[in-house]
Design a protein around this ligand. Sequence first.
Ligand code: ADP
Length: 303
Amino acid sequence: MKIAILSRSSRIYSTDRLLQAAHQRGHQVEVIDTLRCYMNIASHRPSIHYRGEKLTKPDAIIPRIGASITFYGTAVLRQFEMIGTFPLNESVAISRSRDKLRSLQLLSRRGIGLPVTGFCRSPDDIDDLIKMVGGAPLVIKLLEGTQGIGVVLAETRKAAESVIEAFMGLNANIMVQEYIKEAKGADIRCLVIGNKVVAAMRRQAPPGEFRSNLHRGGTAEIIKITPEERSTAVRAAKIMGLNVAGVDLLRSNHGPLVMEVNSSPGLQGIEEATGKDIAGMIIQFLEKNVELNKPGTRTKGKG
Ligand code: ADP
């Protein structure tokens, strides 16, 4: 099979692992720099050009589109979909998952457990919004943030008001969320491929910190998850329309709560914590599903 990996660089751990795994399983594979793809969308025959040449159609594409280039990256991926390449995750699902608020709205509509979350625009509504999510302590999140940046724990109502006002003054979009204290600075990353959680790790924040992001000094270890956590993670990925996803859960007193569904989960943390060959499993998923999705046999991916 001919596989393309859409990524800025083959030196990134996840990209390199996918490259190696595809090679090992006997596929023809190349890394394509997302920002060096350009496209012809005006004609009846859409095409993709790369560094001066027209690309021949790969059978499958693995999008690894960074948050800062979501707009251009999803446009490039859509173009691959138009020429008939099977995407590991579809462009529409990636766009959906990159909008944190839209994701929570979709998950809430389907009854997935979520931390109580509020969203408002006018400073006049801050007071009631804080009440609505149950008062302080609460978590304030920049909608555009990643890797824990722009996620603030406000211990008191006064602090919450000041932080929300400050963000609003900068015209930043924020959401306000119930603080899940009983999670004790830990969250669970479930790696979903198809209909299965293939690996799970518990990330623990360092002392004095509530954010468990590995980029913020969190530590990771393998964990056995409950059947409820397993089915919540699989359902969340499915609702977002993602074949492969990193679903982040908080363990609350009333069951698992989904914090986020990531469409380009990093492989380093989870492979190191669990010792599993996630990159190999992703390539195997493509092997099964590219055949199923050949024109005329298109059914939604299984396995
Ligand atoms: P990002 O997408 O930037 O990583 P998250 O929403 O995942 O931001 O938050 C970063 C970390 O902060 C999470 O991994 C979790 O440990 C902690 N956290 C986020 N929201 C809550 C919450 N409502 N209650 C408790 N802890 C939270």
